[in-house]
Ligand binder design. Structure first.
Ligand code: DSN
Length: 435
C-alpha cells in the first residue's frame, strides 16, 4: 500500500486535472520547475550569498543562485535582485524591516479593497510593528484615486509608500505614485506578486523605472515555484547619503540582503531557488509573452461573457488576469458561490469587494483568474464556455444533481486539455513511499 500522503498527493493531482482552476493566484508550474523543487538541492544548507556562505560544499548551489539572479535581472531589467525570500510575505517583511524602525509610518493599499495582508494589516506583523494608514478605491468606480493617495500622503507623511494588490483588476500608475513618494520624501515599494508575469512580458506598466524597490512572488502569473523575490531598478533609495550611485546601490542592497538573512530568514531553500531559475528561464522565452497576452485576452473575454449574463463585473472589465464579480444582484454570497462552484468542479475564491457589507469569511464577491487555465491551452472561446458553466452552477446552487452533472461535463471537456503531471502509482514510488 502506498503511504497515505502519496495517496493524497495523487488525489490532489487528479483534482487539479479534472476541475477548472480559476484561483487568480494559482498556476501550473512546468514539470522542469517541479523537478528542480524535488531535487537533492533540498538537502543543502547555504546561509549567506553566492561566494560568501557560512557552510562548505556550496560550489554548485552558488552557480544555481547566480544563474537565478542573472536570469531575474534580465527578465525585469533589474540592477540588483535577491532570490532567497521563501515567499512574498518574507520579501515584504524584509523590505519593511530594512526601511522602517518600529513605529515608523507606512501608507499602503487597504486589504479590504484588494490590498495584501503583508502591507500593514493589523493581523500581520507589518501592522503590529509599524504605524499604518491605508488608501483605497473610490466607492463609485472601484478605481484607485491618485489624488486621494496624494492627499493622504501629504497629511500622513509616510516613510514608505507601498503599492500592489491581490484583487485589483486594473493597472497601476507607478509614475504618479513616484511623484507622490518624492513629494513627501517616502520610499516607494511595489509588490507585483499578482501581475509579475504580465509585467515581465511587458504587457502592463513597468514599476522598475519608477519604484525604489519591487517585491514579488514567483508562482502566480510568473508560473514558477512558490517563492519570493526582491529587486531594485536603476533608481533606488540612498541610505545614509551615499555619494555615488554605485555606493548607494551597494549600501542599499547590503541593507536589504541582511534584512532578509539574518533579519527574518535562516538558510535559503536552494531547491526552490533552482526552481525559480528554471521558471525565469521559461519566462525569458518568446512563448511566455504569447502566454501572458492570452492570459489578459482570456480575462477580458471572461469578464465580457459574465457581463452579458448580467453579472456585475467590477470596473466593467480588467487590464490583467483578474475578474472581480459582485454577486449582490444575484442574491448569492461569495461563500455560497465558492461552495457551489466547487461542487461543480470549478475552483474560485470568495472575495471581499470594496465597501463590502459582508465579513471576509462570507463576502459579497468572487475573484476569478485566468493564469492556470491559460497554461492549459484555454483561449477566449473556452473562457466563454467557462462563463456559461459558472452561470449554470450559480443558478443551480440548490440542485446537487445539476452541479454533479456540470462537474462531469467539465471533467470530460478537460480530457482535451491534459496536464503534464504523471499519476503517482505504487510502482513509481521509492520503497519508503510504501507502508
Ligand atoms: N494569498 C494571495 C492571493 O491569493 O492573492 C495574496 O498574494
Amino acid at each position: 500500500m502506498i503511504d497515505p500522503i502519496f495517496a493524497w498527493i495523487e488525489a490532489e493531482r487528479r483534482r487539479q486535472a479534472e476541475g477548472l482552476e480559476l484561483i487568480a493566484s494559482e498556476n501550473y508550474a512546468s514539470p522542469a520547475v517541479l523537478q528542480a523543487l524535488g531535487s537533492v538541492l533540498n538537502n543543502k544548507y547555504a546561509e549567506g550569498l553566492p561566494g560568501k556562505r557560512y557552510y562548505g560544499g556550496c560550489t554548485y548551489v552558488d552557480e544555481v543562485e547566480r544563474l537565478a539572479q542573472e536570469r531575474l535581472k534580465l527578465l525585469f531589467g533589474a540592477e540588483w535582485v535577491n532570490v532567497q525570500p521563501h515567499s512574498g510575505a518574507q520579501a515584504n517583511a524584509a523590505v519593511l524591516l530594512a526601511l522602517l524602525r518600529p513605529g515608523e509610518k507606512l501608507l499602503s493599499f487597504q486589504l479590504a479593497h484588494g490590498g495584501h495582508l503583508t502591507h500593514g494589516s493589523p493581523l500581520n506583523s507589518s501592522g503590529r510593528l509599524y504605524t499604518v494608514e491605508h488608501y483605497g478605491v473610490r466607492e463609485d468606480t472601484y478605481l484607485l484615486d491618485y489624488d486621494e493617495i496624494r492627499e493622504k500622503a501629504l497629511k500622513f507623511r509616510p516613510k514608505v509608500l507601498m503599492a500592489g494588490a491581490s484583487s485589483y483588476p486594473r493597472d497601476w500608475d507607478w509614475k504618479t505614485l513616484r511623484q507622490i513618494a518624492d513629494e513627501v520624501g517616502a520610499t516607494l515599494v511595489a509588490d507585483i506578486a499578482h501581475p509579475a508575469g504580465l509585467i515581465a512580458a511587458k504587457l502592463l506598466n513597468d514599476p522598475l523605472p519608477h519604484c525604489h524597490i519591487v517585491t514579488s512572488t514567483t508562482h502566480k502569473t510568473l508560473r514558477g515555484p512558490r517563492g519570493g523575490i526582491i529587486m531594485m531598478g536603476k533608481d533606488f533609495p540612498n541610505p545614509l547619503g551615499e555619494k555615488t550611485p554605485k555606493g548607494q546601490l551597494k549600501k542599499m542592497s547590503t541593507i536589504l540582503d541582511s534584512a532578509l538573512f539574518p533579519g527574518i530568514q535562516g538558510g535559503p531553500h536552494m531547491h526552490a531557488i533552482a526552481a525559480k531559475a528554471v521558471a525565469f528561464g521559461e519566462a525569458l522565452q518568446p512563448e511566455f509573452r504569447s502566454y501572458a497576452q492570452q492570459v489578459i485576452r482570456n480575462a477580458q473575454a471572461l469578464a465580457q461573457a459574465l457581463m452579458e449574463l448580467d453579472y456585475t463585473v467590477l470596473t466593467r472589465g480588467t487590464d490583467n488576469h483578474i475578474v472581480l464579480v459582485d454577486l449582490r444582484n444575484k442574491g448569492i454570497t461569495g461563500r455560497h458561490a465558492e461552495e457551489g462552484l466547487e461542487m461543480a468542479g470549478i475552483t474560485i475564491n470568495k472575495n471581499l469587494i470594496p465597501y463590502d457589507p459582508q465579513p471576509p469569511l462570507i463576502t459579497s464577491g468572487i475573484r476569478l483568474g485566468t493564469p492556470a487555465l491559460t497554461t492549459r491551452g484555454f483561449t477566449e472561446a473556452e473562457f466563454r464556455q467557462v462563463a456559461q458553466w459558472i452561470d449554470q452552477a450559480l443558478t443551480n446552487l440548490a440542485n446537487p444533481e445539476k452541479l454533479n452533472a456540470i462537474q462531469a461535463e467539465i471533467r470530460d471537456f478537460l480530457q482535451s486539455y491534459p496536464l503534464p503531471y504523471a499519476p503517482i502509482t505504487p510502482a513509481a514510488l521509492p520503497a519508503e513511499g510504501r507502508v
